[in-house]
Design a protein around this ligand. Structure first.
Ligand SMILES: Cc1ncc(COP(=O)(O)O)c(C=O)c1O
Length: 388
C-alpha cells in the first residue's frame, strides 16, 4: 500500500497536510487550546447559539424525553414529532410550502442534486460552489457546465450554447463559504426564467446572516416564490447539525420518494433536532442578533481593510484575508494562535492554488472590544508577514 505513504509525504512536502486539532469549547466564542483560553474567529456559529441556555436545555430535555438516537430511518421508525415540527418551522421560516431534513448539509446537497438531476440534465454551477454541490453534480451523472464565479455573462453564454434535452438546473452558494460574497441571485433568477431553468441556492452561510430576520438569500433579494430549491444547514447559525431542502410541496414529496441521502440513512437524534428548533425560535424572537452579527462583521472588515490587508467579501460574516501561499497562511494562523486567537488557514484543495487565505468569521456573540483587540493582533501578524 505504498500509495498511502506517498500521498501523505507529498501533502507534508506541499504544506497541505491536515489533521484535526482538539479544541475544548468554553462558551460560544472561546475554546481551551494547549491549556489556555483562546478567542475563536473561525467558527460558523454565527449567532453564538451553540451555548444559548434555551438551546442547550432543549437538547437535554429531548434526550430525557425521547432517548439518545432516533433508532430508524425517516421512512421506517425514525420520524418523531420533533422532526416533523422542525420541517414545518423551517418551511415557514423560508416562506416555502414544505421542507425536508437531511442528516448534514453535505448530504442535503448530494441528496437533492442527485435526485433532481440525471444524465439528461445540464447543471450550471458557479466555479466556487461548495464541495458538496460538486459531489452532488458528479453523483447525478448530469453534464456540468461550470461558469466563472458570479459571471452572469458567462452563465448566459452557457445557457444559450449548451445543448440540453432535459432539465437545466442552475445551482449556486448563496453566500460563498470561502469568499464571503453574496451570489447575484436576482440576475440568476432572471436568466433562469428566460431559459426555463430550475434554480437551487445553498444558504448554508446565508441563513441567520442575510435577508429579513436572517431568512437567507431569497429574502435578501426579494425573490420569494421564484427560487425552486432553498437548501440550508442546521450546523451554522442554527447551532446544531443537519441539512434541509425547502420548496414546493411537490418538490419535497419528490425528494422524500427519490432522494437516497434521505431514504437510506438513520434519522437525526432527537436532541439535535430539538437544539435546532430552539435555535430557530431564538432567531425568530430576536432578529436583532442578525443586526449585531452584521455590525460585528462590518467593524472587523473596516479595521482590517484600513490597515491594508486584502479582505474579500461584503455584508456577510465570512472575512477571507488573502495570503496567496499556504506557507504564509499557516505561519499567520500559528502566530495568531500564540497570541490567543483561533483562525483557519485555508489551503488547496479547498481553494485554488495561489488563493490560500485566513478565513476569519465573526459571531453575534463577540463583543466589539474583543474584536478590536483581535484586529490589532491580526494586523500586527500581517505586517510581520508583509501582507500589509
Ligand atoms: C456552502 C456550504 N454548503 C454545504 C455545507 C455542508 O454543510 P454541513 O457542514 O452542515 O454538512 C457547507 C459546510 O461546510 C457549506 O459551506
Amino acid at each position: 500500500m505504498r500509495f498511502l505513504a506517498e500521498y501523505l509525504a507529498e501533502r507534508r512536502k506541499l504544506n497541505l497536510y491536515r489533521e484535526p486539532v482538539v479544541y475544548e469549547p468554553v462558551d460560544a466564542t472561546h475554546v481551551r487550546a494547549d491549556g489556555r483560553i483562546c478567542l475563536v474567529l473561525a467558527a460558523n456559529n454565527y449567532l453564538g447559539l451553540t451555548h444559548h441556555p434555551a438551546v442547550m436545555a432543549a437538547a437535554a430535555q429531548a434526550v430525557n424525553a425521547y432517548g439518545a438516537g432516533a433508532g430508524g430511518s425517516r421512512l421506517t421508525t425514525g420520524t418523531h414529532p420533533v422532526h416533523s415540527a422542525l420541517e414545518q418551522e423551517i418551511a415557514a421560516f423560508k416562506q416555502a410550502e414544505a421542507a425536508v431534513l437531511y442528516n448534514t448539509g453535505y448530504m442535503a446537497n448530494v441528496g437533492i442534486i442527485s435526485a433532481v438531476a440525471d444524465a439528461n440534465t445540464v447543471i450550471f454551477s458557479d466555479e466556487l460552489n461548495h464541495a458538496s454541490i460538486i459531489d452532488g453534480c458528479r453523483l447525478s451523472r448530469a453534464r456540468v457546465a461550470v461558469y466563472r464565479h458570479a459571471d452572469m455573462e458567462h452563465l448566459r453564454q452557457l445557457l444559450r450554447t449548451e445543448p440540453c434535452g432535459g432539465l437545466r438546473l442552475i445551482v449556486t452558494d448563496g453566500v460563498f463559504s470561502m469568499d464571503g460574497d453574496i451570489a447575484p441571485l436576482d440576475q440568476i433568477v432572471e436568466l433562469a426564467e428566460e431559459y426555463e431553468a430550475m434554480v437551487m441556492v445553498d444558504d448554508a452561510h446565508a441563513a441567520g446572516v442575510i435577508g429579513d430576520g436572517g431568512r437567507g438569500t431569497v429574502s435578501h433579494f426579494g425573490l420569494n416564490g421564484r427560487v425552486h430549491i432553498q437548501m440550508g444547514t442546521l450546523s451554522k447559525s442554527l447551532a446544531a447539525e443537519g441539512g434541509y431542502a425547502a420548496g414546493s410541496r411537490q418538490l419535497i414529496e419528490f425528494l422524500i420518494n427519490k432522494s437516497r441521502g434521505y431514504i437510506f440513512s438513520t434519522a437525526q437524534a432527537p436532541a439535535t433536532i430539538a437544539a435546532a428548533r430552539a435555535a430557530l425560535g431564538v432567531l425568530r424572537r430576536q432578529p436583532e442578533l442578525v443586526a449585531k452579527l452584521r455590525a460585528n462583521a462590518a467593524l472587523m472588515r473596516q479595521k482590517l481593510r484600513r490597515a491594508g490587508l486584502k479582505v474579500e467579501g461584503e455584508d456577510t460574516a465570512i472575512l477571507p484575508v488573502l495570503t496567496g501561499s499556504p506557507e504564509v497562511a499557516l505561519a499567520m494562523a500559528n502566530q495568531l494562535k500564540k497570541d490567543g486567537l483561533i483562525v483557519a488557514a485555508i489551503r488547496p484543495p479547498t481553494v485554488p492554488d495561489g488563493a490560500s487565505r485566513l478565513r476569519l468569521t465573526v459571531s453575534a456573540a463577540h463583543d466589539a472590544a474583543e474584536l478590536s483587540e483581535a484586529a490589532v493582533k491580526i494586523i500586527k501578524a500581517g505586517r510581520r508577514l508583509k501582507l500589509c
